[in-house]
Design a protein around this ligand. Sequence first.
Ligand code: HEC
Ligand code: HEC
Ligand code: HEC
Ligand code: HEC
Ligand code: HEC
Ligand code: HEC
Ligand code: HEC
Ligand code: HEC
Length: 429
Amino acid sequence: MKKRFLTAAILLGMLFLPAMSSADACIDCHSKISPGQVTDFQISKHAESGDVTCATCHGDKHKSADDFQLAVLPDEKVCAECHEDQFKQFTAGKHNFGWTSLNALPAAHMAPDELIEGGRGCGGCHNMGIKSEEQKKDLRGKGYRYQNNSCDECHTRHTFSKKEALNPRACQQCHMGYDHPQWEMWSSSKHGERHFAKLEGSLPEKAAAPTCQHCHMPDGNHENHTAWGFLGVRLPLPEDQQAAADRITILKALGVLNPETGDPTPVFDAVKAVKMARLDQESWEKERNKMIATCAECHSEEYAREQLAMGDAILQKSDRLMAEAIETVAGLYKDGIIKKPDGYPYNYPLLLTFMHTNGANWNEKLDDLSYIDQVLVQMYMKHRMRAYQAFFHVNPDYAYWYGWNEMTKDLGEIKELAKTMRANHAATK
Ligand code: HEC
Ligand code: HEC
Ligand code: HEC
Ligand code: HEC
Ligand code: HEC
Ligand code: HEC
Ligand code: HEC
Ligand code: HEC
């Protein structure tokens, strides 16, 4: 049966396909309706190889304008059929948690859908990671059909180019701005300056200039993790007593430790599940040593260790400022000067305000957040991030003026606000 069907298909194919193969049909019609896409495909290595057509990724069920919804919108598993290595590395990397870590936050479900599932705002950068069937159903249910593939975040469709992904600009859209300005820091550091000087011909092409990919995807490995990660907290606690106390204060304000009992909360499990922080010394050291080996391609190992140790040290010093600010605001909660907003689990400030709300209306929560709390959130999300990330990305201006300097200003403002709030509170009593 099967064999006879195949023979018939081959015969039919020989008769009709040379003139009307589905590959030609797709390209013929789409050359008229979306010519830019066809050109991008035609200049790709996929087209050059001759092994890949439109139908390889989209199937051949859709044949006309009326049935375009039958076209498969390919997820990463389709790419894995031919690129298993990159798929496996990606799966083990941090990018694979982008969508899950976003959706782990109740806030994601309270913000307008356009900013999450629609793929702008938070969802415009966090649409990374292989989606579960449940996550896909949720998307469809809200009327969103696209965002099925992460690979095209760096190898944009339909050129799917390696050269494009090797350009640091491939990372720029997401790694920039408020709380993670790696693009701004790197591009204006000596590392970035040399990269651009090479492009502009001021340095020979062979000159050494590390890019994002050089340091974070060594040997083209798609598995990306860093030692500290985004939150800049880790376990075990530092040996220094003050430093340990400061980190505990920050963990409480992140909602990871219960401010009253000091016990881990459900947020701790969420942090663990998506690897938001290294929770033992070994996993931290593994990433750190990998990075040192990369620096050592162009620097002495000693030099590199000293540079990164300075980053660790400034993080600890930033945490001293941060903890003092948190304690100042926490005192206002304790003395009833700030009322705990609805949905706050504890009578304590919460830094990642989008991380904990369980009330019905996110916007109501924002109204509830006191101004001094907003300054505190900014101190953590914007200025502390800059103070330490700038050391790792070798940017003096971000390290001092946009980082440390702004943190000291935030702390000054918080103390002044607290004084006024206490005085007003006493006067109205
Ligand atoms: C006779 C014309 C025609 C042919 C042949 C054709 N398409 Fe299309 N295709 C369309 C039109 C029209 C749309 C809808 C475009 C729009 O929404 O603007 C479309 C949409 C699509 C979409 C987007 C689907 C979506 O949900 O947004 C994909 C993918 C696609 N085509 C791939 C293919 C592939 C692969 C083939 C060959 C197997 C093919 N097309 C053949 C006309 C055609
Ligand atoms: C290597 C796989 C691959 C090939 C080959 C491929 N596509 Fe796509 N295409 C994708 C991916 C991935 C998406 C994004 C899916 C999503 O966002 O859910 C996509 C999306 C689309 C869309 C809808 C989104 C948009 O930007 O308009 C159209 C239309 C489309 N492809 C047409 C084509 C046509 C025509 C060809 C052949 C000239 C082609 N594709 C070849 C992978 C491929
Ligand atoms: C049917 C097999 C097949 C599928 C499916 C496939 N590819 Fe490819 N891919 C190839 C071939 C063949 C090449 C060219 C190999 C070469 O030049 O070494 C290639 C090359 C590439 C390259 C390197 C291009 C360059 O500039 O050197 C990238 C990136 C890539 N594919 C990404 C993807 C992505 C992303 C998907 C899924 C959306 C995908 N591929 C799906 C077969 C496939
Ligand atoms: C401009 C792109 C962009 C936008 C918009 C964005 N994020 Fe992110 N987000 C990132 C990047 C990039 C990282 C990783 C940064 C780093 O490690 O320095 C990240 C990290 C995170 C993390 C920590 C993940 C971890 O495991 O370390 C959470 C949680 C998060 N974002 C939630 C959100 C929420 C909620 C929103 C919207 C209110 C949002 N993001 C908006 C790009 C973005
Ligand atoms: C579409 C947006 C997007 C693009 C493009 C992107 N990233 Fe990311 N990146 C993210 C998000 C979101 C996270 C945090 C993932 C999570 O929530 O778990 C992240 C995390 C990371 C991390 C892990 C940090 C940690 O916590 O240890 C590194 C390293 C990284 N990205 C490097 C890169 C590099 C290098 C490029 C360019 C080649 C790049 N990214 C391109 C969005 C993006
Ligand atoms: C010279 C090597 C180097 C280059 C180039 C580089 N980074 Fe980094 N990056 C680091 C180091 C070192 C760390 C901190 C690692 C640790 O925690 O020990 C880091 C950390 C990160 C993190 C985690 C949060 C943070 O900032 O500490 C992200 C995300 C990231 N880099 C993205 C990028 C992006 C995107 C680019 C390009 C715009 C880039 N990096 C360029 C070395 C580099
Ligand atoms: C964060 C950006 C980023 C994402 C996301 C990404 N890639 Fe890549 N990819 C790169 C970079 C950078 C290179 C070049 C690595 C090198 O050669 O140093 C690359 C190279 C490749 C190559 C060419 C390998 C070779 O040497 O010929 C393939 C194939 C590929 N990626 C497939 C994929 C697939 C499949 C996915 C999704 C599972 C994916 N990539 C997701 C950045 C990315
Ligand atoms: C591909 C080569 C290369 C890699 C990898 C590399 N660097 Fe560099 N780095 C350079 C060059 C070249 C300079 C410019 C030297 C100068 O200023 O004279 C430089 C400069 C620096 C500077 C000094 C900037 C200044 O203002 O004097 C620091 C600090 C630095 N790198 C740290 C690191 C660290 C830490 C790593 C690893 C995370 C690293 N580099 C990885 C090539 C590299």
